[in-house]
Write a protein that binds this ligand. Sequence first.
Ligand SMILES: [Mn+2]
Length: 321
Amino acid sequence: MFETFLSKINNHKKIGVISHIRPDGDCIGSQIALCRWLSRNGYSVYAFNDDDIPENLQWMLPYFQIEKPDEEKFEQCDLFILVDGNATHRFGTFENWHANSDVPVWIIDHHPNPDDGFEVAISEVNASSTCELVYRLYKEHDISQIDAETAKALYTGIITDTGSLQFDSVTPETVEITADLLRIGNFKPNEIAEAIYSNKTLSQVKLLSLALKTIELHKNNQIAVMYVTQEMLNDTGTTYSDCEGFVNYPLSIENVKAAILMKDHGEEGVRMSLRSRSNVDVNLWARELGGGGHKKAAGAWHKGPLETAIDEVMNIGSKQL
Ligand SMILES: [Mn+2]
């Protein structure tokens, strides 16, 4: 899988590795693990992300420094590698900056329908996570280069992108990889689970209780919708980043095939997180709305208002039921 990658990477010296906006465990884990691989093998590396790293992932930052994009540093790079995304618009300020540059761009990713124009594209829709792919890079090159920190970073990405190994993207190989990482890193699954999941603030839980009250079932109880408004955020002193994982509650209701979390941004519109736990392909719904993602997890914006957004998604979704 990484033959071309490994043979061509030698032509480069200074590499910028970029993870996607609104970062998650998989993009940060894979970015850190890839940067550690590059620097260990003699490359000079910068890691960039436009956004702040979520609090529950910040324990990984000592493993590799991730900085805000910096044009001067962009200029120094002779290669960019984008992780966990397959379209430059997912990578913030880099998109505009790179429009005037002919420095090659590579990707390592597992989302469907990659854009054209990447010089090297490791694009594997069937991989559970980008971290699973970066693990394979180590395996194809020299698995002994995975140290404890890298193992934890890779493990985190696999766990967060698979709902703790619950999604149907999980294969026996995924589970074998996690076992391998646990052995190499000499850590226990609950160390990572604690760091990632057991750090809710009281305000977040209060916000969740407000959001749970909004759940409604549509289309013969097959689609569940939950929403969060700016008023709820004000009442609980939270922000939209505190809604992480909320969509799993409506998704866990019996017989529900797909669930949507709507975040009402008022004038700006409605941000939707779509999830499926059936054959329903929510990526198709998201694409109809100008967004995208995976079959089981996708996102899109709607210009609003909330009621119109719900109606439109129901019309799109019902075509697949
Ligand atoms: Mn991912």
